[in-house]
Design a protein around this ligand. Structure first.
Ligand code: NAP
Length: 257
């Protein structure tokens, strides 16, 4: 029996088959969960639908996290479909491509606010909408994705690092607010993986090679390793863990020098 048997999971952030959210969806499916996906925009719907079909997951609608009405509609659909929710994956981030290169201090007010809104505030808005659905199931687990650029100044990661720092702080405050309802909130800090989002970062290759060269395990992360750890954090196997940032980075974050 899988560790997610009988559980229902909403996964937000599948753009294509390289998305870390897709690696999580596949592992959760293998572990027995029922899954629902969302999409953003017509082109992505075309990419997400066949993936969803391959794991028997309904695509429950469009979700642009900057739109409160779309957040409300997605959670209303989940309520209608399942009556409650056990697991939620937030795997979304955005920064303007021009801010993922050169100097951090050039970021303008509007781009800073937009990166924060989509990459950090959206977790708060989604957790608030998930709360009653998880409460009705006696608790739940929420996982978001972050990167070591939250706690170290990584060249070119820039405003996204600041947004990830906010995201990790949101995880701790949400964990505090929701703990009494047996709802856990954790962040998974993944090593670099080639996806649509990471391709926007200048010199992504250097970030990736550093892990291969300097991490204790001396290799890149396999996306399925993020999928497996997220499944543990989402399942009852991690029932005593909340408010944490857990690294799936081949040990890169412990190395000095
Ligand atoms: P991805 O496949 O490009 O996924 C990013 C997702 O964010 C896409 O589905 C994207 O949709 C979505 N998104 C952006 N703006 C949105 C909005 N306003 N509303 C709803 N969704 C929106 O890339 P990924 O690397 O798997 O990223 C998933 C998460 O992992 C992100 O939080 C990222 O920061 C994190 N992460 C990635 C790495 C890495 O190296 N890849 C490492 C550590 C952490 P659109 O394509 O429509 O914009």
């Amino acid at each position: 029996m899988g560790i997610a048997e009988g559980k229902r999971a909403l996964i937000v952030g599948v753009a294509n088959d390289k998305s870390l959210a897709w690696a999580i969806a596949q592992e959760l499916h293998t572990q027995g969960a029922e899954i629902a996906l969302t999409y953003q925009g017509e082109i992505l719907e075309k990419r997400v639908r066949p993936l969803a079909e391959s794991i028997g997951a309904p695509v429950i609608g469009e979700l642009d996290v900057t739109k409160d009405d779309q957040i409300a509609a997605v959670f209303a659909k989940i309520k209608e479909l399942w009556g409650g929710l056990d697991m939620m994956v937030h795997a979304i981030a955005f920064a303007d491509r021009e801010d993922l290169r050169d100097r951090f201090l050039n970021v303008n007010r509007a781009n800073f606010a937009r990166a924060m809104d989509i990459s950090a505030y959206s977790l708060v808005a989604m957790a608030r909408a998930a709360e009653p659905l998880m409460e009705s199931r006696g608790g739940g687990s929420i996982v978001t994705l972050t990167y070591i650029g939250a706690v170290r100044a990584i060249p070119n990661y820039n405003v996204m690092g600041v947004a990830k720092a906010a995201l990790e702080a949101c995880v701790r405050y949400l964990a505090l607010d929701l703990g009494s309802k047996n709802i856990r909130v954790n962040a998974l800090s993944a090593a670099p993986a080639r996806t649509l989002a990471s391709s926007a970062i200048r010199d992504y290759h250097t970030m990736s090679h550093e892990v291969e060269e300097r991490s204790p395990l001396k290799r890149a992360m396999r996306p399925e390793e993020a999928g497996k750890m997220a499944s543990v954090l989402l399942s009852d196997l991690s029932s005593g863990v909340t408010g944490q940032t857990v690294y799936v980075d081949m040990g890169f974050s412990i190395v000095g020098g």
